[in-house]
Write a protein that binds this ligand. Structure first.
Ligand SMILES: [Zn+2]
Length: 217
């Protein structure tokens, strides 16, 4: 069984998730921010290797730890949704870091891959993915066992931010339809900000019509 450990980052309270299994020495990361807590966790839990990084999208608060992780784990794979995601790794306007005083450009030597619709993280552990534009053109959601990672596409209690470069409320409305089909299946949503929550009883209309949009870039 895959375990997710949520770390809350210093910048914009974005979430990083460490994905691990009891009998595996390698881990995967979702949306790296502060790198030191990840290094500490890996050491304290007797893990050895970072297999790869899964990016829900490439806004700066979800990627700013990538370069520091690459220094220690240069072979690790970095998964993005599509060409927009690849662009976001080096385009400081698109990833939003131009406006923070700390521009983020991911190292050229990075092993960048596109998510496959289905791919294995470990033997017998499959990830399924679906591109869900609306918050950004490179937003992707993925399922691993009962976990559903949604980045900034679905955050508990908040209206999804769309009034930014690459955002579209029309695209988001289409993307949210997919979540409706996934209700009733017991998924635990692991969002890009805030706490995990159950998808089954969640009012998905809040992503489109909710009033509160604070801090979910
Ligand atoms: Zn974002």
């Amino acid at each position: 069984m895959v375990e997710q450990t949520r770390l809350i980052n210093a910048q914009f309270n974005s979430n990083t998730y460490i994905l691990s299994m009891e009998d595996e020495v390698s881990v995967w990361l979702v949306d790296p921010g502060d790198a030191q807590p990840v290094f500490d966790w890996i050491r304290q839990n007797n893990k050895k290797d970072l297999k790869g990084i899964l990016l829900t999208h490439t806004h700066f608060d979800h990627i700013y730890g990538v370069n520091e992780l690459l220094e220690k784990y240069p072979e690790c794979l970095i998964y993005v949704a599509n060409e927009y995601g690849k662009e976001g790794l080096t385009n400081i306007k698109q990833n939003g870091s131009k406006y923070t005083g700390n521009p983020i450009v991911i190292e050229k030597h990075a092993n960048i891959r596109f998510f496959e619709h289905k791919m294995n993280l470990w033997p017998n552990v499959e990830l399924s993915s679906l591109i869900t534009p609306g918050h950004s053109d490179d937003s992707i959601c993925f399922m691993i066992e009962n976990l559903l990672f949604t980045g900034d596409t679905l955050i508990k209690g908040l209206r999804t931010v769309t009034k930014i470069r690459g955002g579209s409320v029309e695209k988001l409305t289409d993307s949210i339809q997919h979540f409706k089909q996934w209700q009733g299946l017991g998924y635990l949503v692991c969002p890009g900000h805030g706490e995990e929550f159950d998808l089954d009883k969640y009012d998905l209309g809040r992503a489109i019509n909710g009033s509160n949009t604070k801090s979910s870039l």
